[in-house]
Design a protein around this ligand. Structure first.
Ligand SMILES: C[S@@+](CC[C@H](N)C(=O)[O-])C[C@H]1O[C@@H](n2cnc3c(N)ncnc32)[C@H](O)[C@@H]1O
Length: 276
């Protein structure tokens, strides 16, 4: 019988980004009370009180990422995926990134990268053993060159990079140079899939919800306007439809998705000087 690793959740003493986010969509990974309190649940509850649709927004983001990955795999033939800041595996039987990827292309290498020890332990236990092509790596997005080196991906070949609700933990002035350093070494044909909490398009109190989590000890997070998203994706060719709420990107008359306050965009690494 397989030995279970020590539950990393028990070590948490404050709300974490991954913990609160997972709770928003029904996860239970991070809810072990600490000293009689349940900080991630308190942070998530405070955010939902301000913005009740947050759970829906996180689920719509998953769908947006899944669709963008499918395009990279099927239309462009990308054969390696780096998911930065995946958080805890999605609850409720919803597929992890490598399940989605391997359903289309079983040989594709999927690397999960996160900086939270509890997330890393959970991913290793639940996902790292699923397939040889899956690995779980500890690295910090704030050091993109180190992160890419640690990921072990072949930078001579196109890669799909997923950044969903993770750049949000960096102020824009830090996030933009991080993105430039992350994008520069990627091979032509690489896809960069970005989703961030949205500011400014709908009249939704997104920043207030993020602030409510931060007020309870979660890391500070920043909602983005559309121009700020375009700054994050600068230097890439934006794929259709461009930067929009993820629910708009998902428009499908057979499976309508409610409008959610998360902006998504996919950039394609073209030749230097290429403009669409
Ligand atoms: C809000 S969760 C997002 C989870 C998932 N991507 C989603 O959209 O639901 C953010 C994740 O990014 C990770 N993260 C935050 N800052 C990071 C950093 N500087 N480097 C690597 N991972 C980071 C957190 O540990 C967490 O797992």
């Amino acid at each position: 019988m397989q030995q279970r690793t020590e539950n990393p959740v028990a070590m948490l003493s404050g709300p974490t980004a991954a913990g609160a986010w997972s709770l928003l969509t029904g996860g239970q990974d991070c809810v072990a009370p600490h000293a009689g309190r349940d900080p991630s649940r308190e942070a998530a509850a405070a955010a939902v009180e301000i913005l009740p649709g947050l759970g829906e927004a996180v689920r719509a983001t998953e769908k947006f990422v899944a669709r963008a990955l499918r395009r990279a795999l099927e239309q462009v033939g990308v054969r390696q995926v780096v998911h930065i800041g995946p958080g805890f595996p999605p609850p409720g039987g919803r597929p992890c990134t490598h399940h989605l990827v391997h359903a289309h292309a079983p040989q594709v290498r999927v690397v999960y990268v996160d900086s939270d020890p509890a997330v890393l332990a959970c991913l290793r236990e639940r996902c790292g053993r699923d397939a040889e092509a899956v690995s779980v790596v500890e690295a910090d997005l704030r050091r993109p060159a180190e992160l890419l080196a640690a990921s072990g991906v072949d930078l001579g070949q196109p890669v799909a990079v997923v950044l969903a609700n993770v750049l949000t933990f960096l102020p824009l002035e830090a996030a933009v140079p991080v993105m430039q350093d992350l994008i520069a070494p990627l091979a032509l044909g690489s896809h960069v899939i970005v989703a961030e909490p949205m500011a400014g398009l709908l009249d939704e109190p997104v920043q207030a919800a993020l602030n409510a989590m931060a007020a309870r000890g979660a890391p500070a997070a920043y909602a983005r306007t559309r121009p700020q998203m375009l700054e994050l994706l600068a230097g890439l060719v934006l794929l259709e439809p461009g930067v929009y709420p993820v629910s708009f990107c998902l428009q499908d008359p057979l499976a309508p998705v409610p409008m959610v306050p998360v902006l998504g965009g996919v950039g394609w690494r073209g030749w230097d000087g290429w403009s669409p």
